[in-house]
Design a protein around this ligand. Structure first.
Ligand code: GDP
Length: 477
């Protein structure tokens, strides 16, 4: 008895400092328990304030989550369109859009917004995202129930939808002094949003928004850095994240746990090909336009960058390979790409010639999907498998502009080497080290809400800078 008491005391003590607490229900999610065995342990400890905020959030989610009494009362407000104060539960409903990397980053942004504003996050999960993740929160699901009022129209709302906050501001249906606020609003926070949609990021707009129980948000961007520019969130964010480069790292590791099906695929591939190597190097190759980024240019860039930065050894092209050591692999290179060519070239190079250092390099690529099919469930599963495999890398090379790479670097906790974008000509330099492991917000607002003028939002606070890969983007560091 005393022993088991001591054991539970130990677990309770340890879990106080953990991002996730493994309760009886979470035991069904293998990756929650096992990911620490495969990922490098984080060099960055979450603040105790973040931990307690997450535990409080979990309580809120349990009280207000789907099918709770409070949820039912909140739904009645949604149906009537009026705020009746019958419950203090408020929600952010996130609506899926674009590729998996974009989705993961915008969910994380929506979650931080929910944490800051005491809302519950629910995600509108279409069939294409089914079975990718374990439930992140104990006891209650984060998936928007099927019988949600706007379920049929929710995924099709666009920027020009009359009920978006931006359009309601534009047509003066709503303004900062409106007293009779609706019980729900649509927020359009996607890459092509307009000036009025972007007013969401103004402090004075947050006060009326805070009274609205249901915010239905469509977003495909990592808008999180712009939350750091809203003065009323500043103090809380400083307490949550004393180290600004770790925001996605912690929140991503907290929210996104591969489902058991995905985890088995990840672990099988890892054990089969990567586990035995002394060093794992991930190279994520994302070519957005084959016309402007020709194969030879990208290939030259990868070789020049990995050799110059001493990530991979050079080969001696004068000599053929002398015979391969079956048992020894110094470096396992994991290539992820929609196309097979880069992998084939690199693999042949290391199979045909010895390296100048004598190291053995093995090259692998888990899939060659050829085309992005973000509305296909098994395609998204494969993408999620590869983001995770990349996140196990000791060194990571990513492609500019790609949210797929941002997710891998953030989950892995590594600052990547970024292959800068090729646009007809080769960039100079070809690649560079990321200043932080944070993702880039590709479409930040450039509006000073007080002065009502344009401003460079990368100059306002010391921890927000322009991204290395997108000159107008902003990121935390
Ligand atoms: P981004 O477009 O690079 O910012 O990344 P996203 O993840 O948002 O969208 C790209 C999508 O294309 C991915 O989610 C995958 O569906 C697919 N894709 C792109 N690159 C790869 C890859 O290397 N491997 C796999 N399996 N899928 C990829």
């Amino acid at each position: 008895f005393f022993l088991s008491c001591f054991f539970y005391y130990l677990i309770a003590c340890c879990q106080k400092h953990l991002l996730i607490v493994i309760g009886s229900e979470e035991e069904s999610c293998i990756s929650k328990k096992q990911s620490a065995l495969y990922r490098k342990s984080s060099l960055h400890k979450p603040s105790s304030y973040l931990i307690s905020k997450l535990r409080n959030y979990e309580e809120l989610h349990k009280r207000c989550g789907p099918h709770s009494e409070s949820y039912k009362r909140s739904i009645q407000q949604l149906v009537s369109g009026e705020i009746d104060n019958s419950t203090d539960c408020k929600y952010v409903v996130w609506v899926a859009f674009c590729g998996l990397g974009n989705r993961i980053l915008s969910i994380t942004s929506a979650f931080l917004y929910a944490l800051l504003t005491n809302r519950v996050l629910l995600i509108n999960q279409e069939h294409d995202m089914a079975g990718l993740f374990c439930e992140p929160f104990p006891d209650k699901s984060w998936i928007l129930p099927e019988d949600f009022l706007f379920k049929s129209e929710i995924s099709s709302f666009e920027q020009n939808y009359n009920h978006t906050y931006g359009n309601m501001l534009k047509s003066n249906i709503i303004n900062a002094s409106t007293e009779l606020l609706p019980s729900y609003l649509f927020l359009y926070l996607s890459h092509d949003y307009d000036h009025h949609d972007k007013l969401f990021f103004c402090d004075q707009e947050q006060a009326p928004l805070s009274k609205i129980p249901w915010l239905i948000m469509k977003s495909n961007v990592y808008f999180l850095p712009s939350l750091f520019l809203i003065p009323s969130f500043e103090q809380e964010l400083n307490k949550l994240f004393p180290d600004k480069e770790t925001v996605f790292h912690h929140l991503g590791r907290y929210l996104f746990h591969p489902s058991n099906q995905v985890w088995r695929l990840i672990i099988k591939y890892y054990q089969d090909y990567l586990a035995k190597a002394e060093k794992r190097i991930g190279i994520q190759i994302r070519v957005f336009d084959v016309e402007t980024s020709p194969f030879e240019y990208v290939m030259d860039q990868i070789l020049a960058c990995t050799q110059k930065e001493k990530l991979l050894p050079e080969v001696d092209t004068e000599k053929p390979i002398a015979g391969r050591s079956k048992n020894r692999t110094n470096n396992a290179v994991l290539i992820t790409s929609l196309f097979p060519g880069y992998f084939e070239k690199l693999k042949n190079m290391y199979e045909e010639h010895p390296t100048k250092t004598g190291e053995v390099v093995a090259v692998y690529q888990p899939s060659q999907e050829e085309e992005q099919q973000s509305y296909n469930n098994s395609h998204n599963i494969q993408a999620w498998v590869e983001m995770n495999l990349l996140s196990f890398s000791d060194e990571l090379v990513t492609s500019a502009w790609s949210t797929f790479g941002y997710v891998a670097q953030g989950l892995g906790g590594v600052r990547p080497w970024i292959l800068y974008k090729i646009n007809q000509t080769k960039p100079d330099p070809l690649c560079g080290r990321g200043m932080s492991m944070e993702p880039c917000f590709h479409a930040p607002p450039v509006y000073d809400c007080k002065a009502k003028t344009t401003v460079d939002t990368a100059t306002l606070v010391p921890h927000v800078r322009h991204c290395e890969d997108i000159r107008w983007g902003i990121k935390l560091f």
